[in-house]
Design a protein around this ligand. Structure first.
Ligand code: UGA
Length: 429
């Protein structure tokens, strides 16, 4: 993402990665994953000839700036695995041995606060045999882009955070972004490595907490006559101190970031002798939230054995094919455990779903085929494609028109009046 956006702007970018197949795909201007608009950007970079790829880490020596954007997956206990960060830092150190250039190394990956000082700087110094400041400096520069709107978020970030103990290098990176974002430079915050890394975790944990909070409000609203969390979110969000974003109640948050980052922050707290009870509540609320889909289905149908359930949406959010920690997975597993016959549809994630569920479920080619003859339909992802389906269509296509709106995409008044049996997150039934 970062590489393609920089290359499209005219910077000469070398993408270094050990996955030969991935490199091959990028070389052929093919995207290894689904991200709106990125294919065109990759094509533009290919036409300009500004993006090259290689698995040869020694090529790093040719760069003025080296961005570490590797994965930091979770370990079982919630800690993040810094293996790839360490490998990248060591490779950078080795590549610079015969170079007379001063390189700025930038940590883009989401890492714990001690990573720059404890892992990255020592790994480069060890391989290179020189201290920071002589031929390299390290900056922490977390990214805040969302899947599905990654290009927009890269080009128009709310802020840029740079952590470093080397003031001149932090300024150099600020100038780079100045040029990249001109004429709209977002606010830049210069701070330490530790604060920069923690800002990233705190941002994700706060957003996840905002969602768990509104889901908690929804669970209360459901039990009150006329209660409706979408109206409550609107009223709450109009308070400028709170804001309307990330207040969409639903079956919970998933993806490759929030679950991993909340766990990592909890683990960091534990390691530091602090129990972050608020984040425990954020995580626990989310862990239970997806179960509501199955509870609603049972409320409507009684036993789910041999019932045909349509699941609309598999990706963890719209505009992506990513199913990592998607709520659709536990929902489908629970439906299968109850003996239901499950048919699924997603505009982008069908391939990933097949790899997970194989022949245990049925795959539809569009939303209509998915809901056809179903006893119940559960909306698990808020794709635009699903928002246009009117109550009449559910009534016409389904065996029993029972709709569970797990993402609050439908107008409750319209659906409740229509003859559809409508159950929705945070809505009094
Ligand atoms: C998140 C952050 O939003 C980014 O700022 C951050 O850079 C990124 O993680 C990261 O750490 O790399 P992402 O996980 O791609 O981005 O997607 P989000 O749009 O944040 O959605 C996360 C989950 O929250 C999804 O499952 C979504 O359905 C859910 N969500 C989001 C809600 O349930 N309600 C909302 O109001 C918003």
């Amino acid at each position: 993402m970062t590489a393609v956006c920089f290359a499209r702007k005219g910077h000469t970018v070398i993408g270094i990665d050990p996955h030969v197949r991935r490199l091959e795909q990028i070389r052929n201007a093919q995207l290894p994953f689904f991200e709106p608009g990125l294919g065109d950007y990759l094509q533009e970079a290919a036409t300009k000839g500004t993006l090259s790829t290689t698995e040869d880490t020694s090529e790093n020596a040719r760069a003025d700036l080296a961005f570490i954007s590797v994965g930091t997956p979770s370990k079982r206990d919630g800690r993040i695995d810094l293996r790839y960060v360490k490998e990248a830092a060591s490779a950078i150190g080795r590549s610079l041995i015969r170079s007379d250039r001063h390189q700025l190394v930038i940590i883009r990956s989401t890492v714990t606060p001690d990573t720059a000082r404890r892992v990255v700087i020592p790994a480069i110094e060890r391989e290179l045999g020189k201290e920071q400041g002589v031929s390299f400096d390290v900056c922490s520069n977390p990214e805040f882009l969302r899947e599905g709107s990654a290009i927009h978020d890269t080009e128009f970030p709310d802020r840029i955070v740079i952590g470093s103990e080397r003031q001149l290098s932090a300024k150099k990176l600020e100038e780079f972004y100045h040029e990249f974002h001109a004429p709209n430079l977002p606010p830049v915050l210069l701070t330490t490595h530790e604060n920069a890394a923690l800002i990233k975790y705190a941002s994700n944990a706060f957003l996840a907490t905002k969602i768990s909070f509104i889901n908690c409000m929804g669970n209360i609203a459901e039990r009150i006559p006329t209660g409706d969390v979408s109206i409550i979110a609107k009223g709450v969000g109009l308070d400028r101190r709170i804001g309307p974003d990330f207040l969409r109640a639903g079956l919970g948050w998933g993806g490759s970031c929030f679950p991993k980052d909340v766990d990592a922050l909890l683990e960091l707290g534990r390691r530091l002798g602090y129990r972050a009870e608020m984040l425990e509540a954020t995580a626990n609320t989310n862990r239970k939230q997806w179960r509501k889909a199955v509870k609603f289905a049972k409320r409507a149908l009684g036993s789910l054995h041999r019932k045909r359930i349509a699941v609309l949406g598999l990706a963890f959010k719209p505009e992506t094919d990513d199913m990592r920690a998607a709520v659709s997975i536990p929902v489908i597993e629970a439906l299968l455990a109850e003996g239901a016959i499950v048919t699924v549809y997603d505009p982008a994630a069908m391939k990933n779903a097949r790899a997970i569920f194989r022949n245990r479920i049925q795959y539809a080619t569009d939303p209509m085929e998915c809901v056809a003859s179903a006893d119940c339909c559960i909306v698990t992802t808020d794709w635009e494609d699903f928002k246009n389906i009117r109550p009449g269509t559910f009534i016409e296509k389904m065996r029993r028109p029972i709709v569970i709106d797990g993402r609050r995409i439908y107008d409750a008044t319209e659906f409740l009046r229509s003859g559809v049996m409508f159950l929705a997150i945070g809505l009094a039934s």
